[in-house]
Design a protein around this ligand. Structure first.
Ligand code: NAI
Length: 334
C-alpha cells in the first residue's frame, strides 16, 4: 500500500476517495489542516500528498516535503496557481492535477448565481420564511435579449454560453484562443466590457489575467452591469468592485471566489471577528451573493475528481503514462 497525506480533507472527500483508494492500493491519511510549510511534517512517511486549491505548494513547503520523502503531489483540482512548478521539479516532486472533472457543475453554478441575482430568489427565500410575501424591492430583469459577456470559452465558459443562449441572451465572447466553430460572436475584452449587460469570468488566473477586471474596466462597464465570477478571486480588483457596488455602477455581483478567500473560505468563521472589511462590506449588500468556492461541489464532480486523482497516483506509482502531469517549462500538462 502506498501512503498518501490528504490535506484539507472534508467529509465529502472521504465519501468518494474511500470508495476507490483501497482497491487502488492507496492508504489515505486524511488531514483536516491545510498544507503549509509548517504542516508539511504531517506528510512524513507518505509517498505523496493530495492537495486542494488553498493548500500552499510553494518553494518552502516543497523543500520540506522532499526532505520527508514525498515524491508526488496530486492536486484534486484543475487550477495550479498555488504550486511552484519550478521548485517542484528542483525537489524531485512530480505534480498532477485533474484538468477537467465536471465543467457543467461550474457552469451551472455560474448560471445559478446569475438567475438568483436577476430574479432575487435569495431575498425571496428569507422573506417568505418569515411569512413576508411582499413583492416590494423584488423586481427582476429578463436575460432574454440581453448581452452576456463570457470571458474565456474553455470547458466551463462554452457550457455557460450555451446555457444563457438558452435563455435567449446574446453571447459576446472573448478568448485568445476562440472556438470559431461554436457560433459565438468574439470581441476584444475592452469591447466586451463596454457592451455587456452581464459579464461572467471563465478564464484562468495567470500573471496576465491578475486584476483583469480593474478599476478602469469598471469605469467602462454599462451602468447596472451584473458581474459573475466562478473562476479565481484575483481576476477582479475587489476594492474597485466594492466601490462600484456602492456607487450603483455594478447592479449585482455573484462571487464564488474572492481574492483573499484562503483566509476564510471552506471554514466556519461565524464566531470569529472577520477583519477583511472589503469582504464584510460586500457581504452586507443585498445585490452581492457570495458562495464559498462551491461551484465544483456536485456528486458527479466529486466522483470524477476522486477517480482521476486515484488514477493519477496509481499511474505515478506504476511508472505508467501520466497524462495529467504538470511541468514547469510550459506550465501546462504534458
Ligand atoms: P479551460 O482551460 O478549459 O478554459 C479556460 C479558457 O480561458 C481557455 O479557452 C483560455 O484560452 C481562456 N483564456 C486564457 N486567458 C484568457 C484571457 N486573458 N481572456 C479570456 N480568456 C482567456 O478552463 P475551464 O475548465 O473552463 O475552467 C475555467 C476556470 O474555472 C479555471 O481556470 C478555474 O480557475 C475555474 N474553476 C473554478 C471552480 C470553482 O469551483 N469555482 C472549479 C473549476 C474551475
Amino acid at each position: 500500500m502506498e501512503r498518501i497525506a490528504f490535506f484539507d480533507a472534508r467529509g465529502y472527500d472521504r465519501t468518494y476517495f474511500d470508495a476507490l483508494a483501497p482497491r487502488a492500493g492507496l492508504e489515505i491519511r486524511y488531514l483536516e489542516t491545510r498544507l503549509t510549510p509548517e504542516t508539511a511534517v504531517l506528510a512524513r512517511e507518505c509517498a505523496a500528498v493530495c492537495a486542494f486549491v488553498n493548500d500552499d505548494l510553494g518553494e518552502e513547503t516543497l523543500a520540506r516535503l522532499s526532505e520527508y520523502g514525498v515524491r508526488a503531489a496530486a492536486l484534486r483540482c484543475a487550477g495550479y496557481n498555488n504550486v511552484d512548478l519550478r521548485a517542484a521539479e528542483r525537489y524531485g516532486i512530480r505534480v498532477f492535477r485533474v484538468p477537467s472533472y465536471s465543467p457543467a457543475s461550474v457552469a451551472e453554478h455560474a448560471a445559478a448565481l446569475l438567475l438568483t441575482l436577476t430574479r432575487q430568489t435569495h431575498r425571496a427565500f428569507t422573506r417568505t420564511r418569515e411569512r413576508n410575501f411582499s413583492l416590494e424591492g423584488l423586481v427582476g430583469t429578463n436575460l432574454e435579449n440581453k448581452t452576456v459577456g463570457v470571458v474565456g470559452t474553455g470547458r466551463v465558459g462554452i457550457r455557460f454560453a450555451g446555457m444563457v443562449r438558452g435563455f435567449g441572451a446574446h453571447v459576446l465572447a472573448c478568448d485568445p484562443e476562440p472556438k470559431w466553430g461554436a457560433g459565438l460572436e468574439y470581441a476584444r475584452l475592452d469591447e466586451l466590457i463596454r457592451r455587456s449587460d452581464v459579464i461572467s469570468l471563465h478564464c484562468p488566473l495567470t500573471p496576465a489575467t491578475y486584476h483583469l477586471i480593474s478599476r478602469a474596466a469598471f469605469h467602462d462597464m454599462r451602468d447596472g452591469v451584473i458581474l459573475i465570477n466562478t473562476s479565481r478571486g484575483a481576476l477582479i480588483d475587489s476594492e474597485a468592485l466594492l466601490d462600484n457596488v456602492k456607487s450603483g455602477k455594478v447592479g449585482a455581483a455573484g462571487l464564488d471566489v474572492y481574492e483573499e478567500e484562503a483566509d476564510v473560505f471552506y471554514e466556519d468563521v461565524s464566531s470569529r471577528i472577520m477583519r477583511d472589511d472589503t469582504l464584510n462590506l460586500l457581504l452586507s449588500q443585498p445585490n452581492v451573493l457570495v458562495t464559498g468556492h462551491q461551484a465544483f461541489l456536485t456528486k458527479e464532480a466529486l466522483r470524477a475528481i476522486a477517480e482521476t486523482t486515484v488514477g493519477n497516483l496509481r499511474a505515478f506509482f506504476d511508472g505508467g503514462p501520466t497524462e495529467n502531469e504538470l511541468r514547469a517549462r510550459e506550465g501546462q500538462t504534458v
